[in-house]
Structure formats: C-alpha cells, structure tokens
Ligand binder design. Structure first.
Ligand SMILES: O=C(O)CCC(=O)C(=O)O
Ligand SMILES: [Fe+2]
Length: 525
C-alpha cells in the first residue's frame, strides 16, 4: 500500500470515534414479493413492499434487502475473484492501472474530499464500451468510449465480474421501479434514463491499517449516481450518517444481503423527498475487508432535474437541470488529488428558492439585513476560494516543472511524498506536453466551476430579495432595491475579474513548461 503519508490523515473532526452506535440498524426489507412476478402488479404484498421502501428512503436513504433474486453463487464467485486479484503482487495489479486516458482498472490512490482513502479499487463498466463526454467543457460535444481492461489473473476474473454485473443490474432496475412506485409514479417512469447507462462496478479492498484512528477506508461522501447496490463482506466498517441526529451508525453485515442507498440523482428527481445520505468506511488494523458497490447511473445525455410530476406551484423545482455526463467528467477531473477546493456537488444546481424561503415573513429591514449578509458572505467566500485555487494552480505548475526535471535527471526529489512528483512521465515530449495540457484543463475547469457557482449564487440572492420586497411592500421604494442590486452586480463583476486573473496566472505559468519539456528532452551537450 506504499508509505504512510499525511495524505491519509483526516481532519480531527472526521476521524473515527471509538464508540459508534450499534443499537439501531438501517431497515431490512424482504424483496420476496418481486420474485414471484415479472411485473410489479398491485398486489397487497407489493403495496406493502413499496410503502416500506418509501419509508426507508425517506427516513434513512439506506436499507438492506434479502430474497433479492441475485444467485449467491454469482456473489461468491466475484468475491473470490476479487480477493485473488487484490492479493496479487502490486506490479501485477499495476498492469491494469487506470491512467489519464482510461479511468477504469486498478487504482490505489483514491481520494475522497481530497484526503486519501485507505484502500485499493478495481473499476469496470457494465456497458462495454460506455459513452461519456470527452471533456468537462460545456460546449465540447465530443464523446469518448470507456473500455474495460481485464487482468490475466485470476483467470475467471472477467467472467465472474460480467455474470455478477448482470444479476445486479436486473436487481437495480427492480429497485428503481419500486422507488418510482413509492413516489407515486408509474413503475417504469425512470427506466428510459438508463438506456445507455454509465453504471460501473467497483471492487474495493481495504488492507490492514496501522493508522486506523487517523485514516478512513473511504472518507465521508454521498454517492452521486442514481442508486448504489453494495455487497459487503462479514467484517463490517460501513457507517451511515443518521438523518435524525447526524450520528454515525454502523451497518451490520447480514449474509447475502445487499445494502441499497439513494444517490444524488434520486434526490434531485424526487425534489428532495428522498435524500442522498453521507456514509464512510472505517479502516481496521485487525481485519482486511472487501466490498463490491454497483453504481447505477443514467446515460451521459440525461439532463437531471426534478420530475415534473413531483413539482408544482407549492413545491417548485429545487434544482436547475444539469447534464449527467458533464457532471461526471467534471468530477473525474480531479487528477490533482489534493485539490483545495470542493468538487462539483448537486447543491451547486440548487435554485434560489431556498433563500426566498429565508426571506418569507421578514420585515423589510430584516430582509435587507439578511440579503446583505448572504450576498457579502458569498462574495468573500468566492474571492477566498478563487485565490486559494490560484495559489494551488501556481504550486502545481511549479511541481510539474520540478517533476519533469527530476525525471529527466533521474533523481528523486526531496519532496517525493508530493503525489505529482512521483508521476511517471512519458518518454515522448509531445506526450508530455499533452499531460501538461490535460492538467491545465483540469485547473481551468475548476476555476470556472467555482467562479460561476458563486456568481450565480449572488445573482439568485439579489433576485430572491427583489421578489420578496415586491410581494410585501406596496411602497417598496422605501426599501433599498437599487443599491442591493448594484452591489450584487459589482460583486459578480469582481468575481469575474478574479476568475480572469486566475486563468491568466495559469496561462502565464503554463508558458514556461514547454521550455522545460524541450530543454529536458534535448541530449546533454
Ligand atoms: O465499501 C463500502 O462499504 C462502501 C464504499 C462506498 O461507499 C463507495 O465506494 O462509494
Ligand atoms: Fe459510497
């Protein structure tokens, strides 16, 4: 697993506590009613099942299922294959490493919220190939094909993975149908979104961890897809944040059960009726652990937005539509592992109506105060995040230069625990330039995402204020409208300027790197 470095250390407040609550568990649901019929016709058993699923989604966002119809032999086969694969020597596993061009395969430096996870993974897609946007750039329509890479050992690995994926995919459709019914929709309402699915399966291996009090197997996160179907072994370690009080609750291993959780997409489709809930995995110094999540994701071209049937005047759409493929590629951007900014999140697409709710019922003066405070906070936070990003980008560019030079001189850099310095550079200088270009694209992509989310946020606050003022005060001219709006515009302009400065700095820094590449590729005099 390599050296223990600080990139694994969680901030103090996110480190595992000694005693987590074991008393309550997430709901356990018996799916046997779906085994007897192909269509989910409205028998009283199905109605009862749908109600249980609806309750579990609402209260926990998580549940376990038994009598699900996935043959246990399939599961045993993939679990055995996974164990055999991860126990191979690292050099063997690295033959199918994921890289800049292919995000599928083996990987041991997964990061969650910029902290390294104590685990190794192997990813494969269920539609081979899977189509995704080639870049996160909004106007770039080019697509790319993701293709699986399979290891030579163990020799039944591919077969075990493909068979298991088929069984789990079938179960996932059933679950999505039950969830659709629980939202009052027709059972097949969501199925077409998965026609050219971008779903993937992940084999997780959590090795023994000597720093289990500092690190996590997987840091706290929400799953960004539609639905996750997880097989965990008998070791345990998955914890779910209880919605009622924010306590971390252990998910007890149940033989042959699957753990199901609602992802961000169902949260958006359901307009927040069901929430995607945070979870994490504790690392252990006593027992290694294996798990296999399946991330059921829609086609890349799906625009994710609250379903029409679930929104109306009283409960308007809480999110703007976003393109799933672009969301995923923006997420995957972060090849710079220790990015000091948050990755793209669904709340970046939240509509301003939440702030409108904050203003409801306030006296005009209080409205002014609340709006001013929110607008100013968004502005200063935006400036802060952009300047942090700018410093980060400059450091990364220097590091890239150092890394090229030390590779050319074949010396290890003193800072070798910095991820980027350990990069393996291609021999060919054009290929090196391509790597630099893709890193620069990642950085500019992040700058763009951060600045546009703050600019949108500020203008939404100003709009919500205008609407609220108009609705309460007939003589609203007494309430400052113009100055609130003007200042919001000035702030947005200021953020745009900070954005251009950051992009300029990245471009400036980038100008030097080709010289470094060229000079380090020339033969010594
Ligand atoms: O290994 C587990 O139990 C959960 C892993 C997980 O949450 C994930 O990969 O998203
Ligand atoms: Fe997860």
């Amino acid at each position: 697993m390599g050296n223990i470095d600080e990139s694994f250390f969680q901030e103090t407040e996110h480190r595992p506590k000694q005693s987590t609550i074991e008393a309550e568990n997430i709901p356990l649901i018996d799916l046997s009613p779906i085994l007897t019929s192909d269509s989910l016709n409205s028998s009283s058993e199905i109605t009862n099942l749908v109600a249980q699923i609806g309750d579990a989604c609402q209260k926990w966002g998580f549940f376990q299922v038994i009598n699900h119809g996935v043959p246990s032999t399939c599961r045993e086969k993939i679990e055995r294959a996974s164990k055999e694969f991860f126990l191979l020597p690292t050099e063997e596993k690295r033959k199918v490493s994921r890289d800049e061009d292919n995000p599928l395969g083996f990987y041991d430096t997964e990061h969650t919220k910029n902290v390294r996870d104590w685990k190794e993974v192997f990813d494969f897609v269920v539609e081979n190939p899977t189509l995704l946007p080639a870049s996160h750039e909004p106007h770039d329509m080019e697509l790319m094909e993701l293709k699986n890479q399979w290891p030579n050992f163990p020799n039944n690995f591919r077969e075990a993975c493909e068979e298991y994926a088929q069984g789990i995919e079938k179960l996932s459709y059933k679950l999505v149908e039950l969830i659709a019914l629980s939202l009052g929709l027709s059972s097949k309402r969501l199925n077409s979104y998965f026609k050219d699915q971008t779903s993937f399966m992940r084999l997780n291996y959590y090795p023994l961890c000597p720093i289990h009090d500092l690190a996590l197997g997987v840091g706290r996160h929400k799953d960004s897809g539609a639905l996750t179907v997880l097989a965990q072994d008998d070791v345990g370690g998955l914890e779910v944040k209880r919605k009622a009080d924010g306590e971390w609750i252990q998910v007890k291993p149940i033989p042959d059960a699957y753990i199901i959780n609602v992802g961000d997409i169902i949260q958006v489709w359901s307009n927040d009726r069901y929430e995607s809930v945070e979870h994490r995995v504790i690392a252990s110094s006593m027992k290694e652990r294996f798990s296999v999540p399946f991330f059921f994701n829609p086609s890349h071209y799906v625009m994710v937005e609250p379903l029409e049937e679930l929104t109306n005047e009283e409960s308007p759409a809480k999110y703007r539509a976003y393109n799933w493929g672009k969301f995923l590629t923006t997420r995957n951007l972060s090849n710079f592992k220790k990015l000091n900014v948050e990755n793209v999140q669904i709340y970046h697409f939240r509509n301003g109506d939440l702030f409108t709710n904050v203003l409801v019922g306030l006296a005009p003066n209080d409205m002014v105060q609340r709006t001013t405070r929110r607008r100013d906070t968004l502005h200063s936070e935006g400036v802060h995040r952009l300047s942090e990003l700018c410093c980060f980008a400059a450091t990364q560019l220097v590091m890239l230069g150092k890394s090229i030079i030390s590779t050319a001189n074949k010396v290890a850099d003193q800072d070798a625990n910095v991820e980027i310095l350990k990069m393996e550079w291609p021999e060919d200088s054009i290929e090196r330039a391509k790597v630099i270009r893709s890193k620069a694209c990642s950085m500019t992509g992040c700058v763009e995402a951060v600045s546009s989310s703050f600019i949108t946020g500020i203008s939404e606050v100003a709009e919500a204020y205008l609407a609220a003022v108009k609705s309460v005060a007939a003589d609203s001219h007494e309430v400052p409208q113009k100055s609130i709006q003007d200042k919001a515009n000035a702030y947005a302009e200021n953020l745009r300027a900070a954005h251009s400065t950051a992009m300029g700095k990245i471009q400036d820094g980038l100008q030097y790197l080709p010289y470094v590449v060229i000079s380090t590729s020339m033969p010594a005099a």
